[in-house]
Design a protein. Structure first.
Length: 148
């Protein structure tokens, strides 16, 4: 079903969701964070660019957004990458440079020896329990701090 989606449509839906969750109508605290894995990680990166109301964003091995939009990010960013994931990791240096230049509050963690999808416990070939557990603890810590 991914092929039926457009990046622009997914981002627009995410922005609308963040906006709705920020209202009293949603019965939420109004403090919104987002997390995504793989394709969803790239989606979260794009959402962070598009939604100034997003407070925290966690991307697991997600594609990086275009550097030109990074200055729009207001969310605290937590970015997890597998050290063996050369395809996705090729974009880290430019992304980090743009994050620094824009003064974005971010952390990048590269889990050495871990593959893309290291958090996917349904794939014995990729799952790395130690990396997954550490990344998850960091994720929960960020959400507790940023959304408290």
């Amino acid at each position: 079903m991914f092929s039926q989606l457009t990046p622009e449509g997914v981002t627009a839906d995410g922005v609308a969701t963040v906006a709705y969750l920020g209202t009293g109508e949603s019965r939420s605290t109004g403090k919104v964070g987002a997390m995504g894995f793989c394709w969803g990680g790239g989606t979260v990166n794009n959402l962070a660019v598009a939604s100034p109301d997003l407070l925290a964003a966690v991307a697991y091995y997600g594609a990086q957004p275009p550097a030109a939009g990074v200055a729009k990010i207001k969310a605290r960013m937590l970015l997890h990458y597998g050290g063996l994931d050369t395809r996705i990791n090729a974009g880290i240096p430019a992304y980090e440079e743009a994050l620094k230049a824009a003064g974005v509050d971010y952390e990048i963690f590269v889990y050495e020896g871990a593959n893309h999808a290291f958090n996917n416990d349904t794939s014995a070939a990729r799952y790395d329990k130690a990396a997954a557990d550490l990344a998850w603890s960091r994720t929960i810590e960020l959400f507790k701090e940023a959304l408290a």
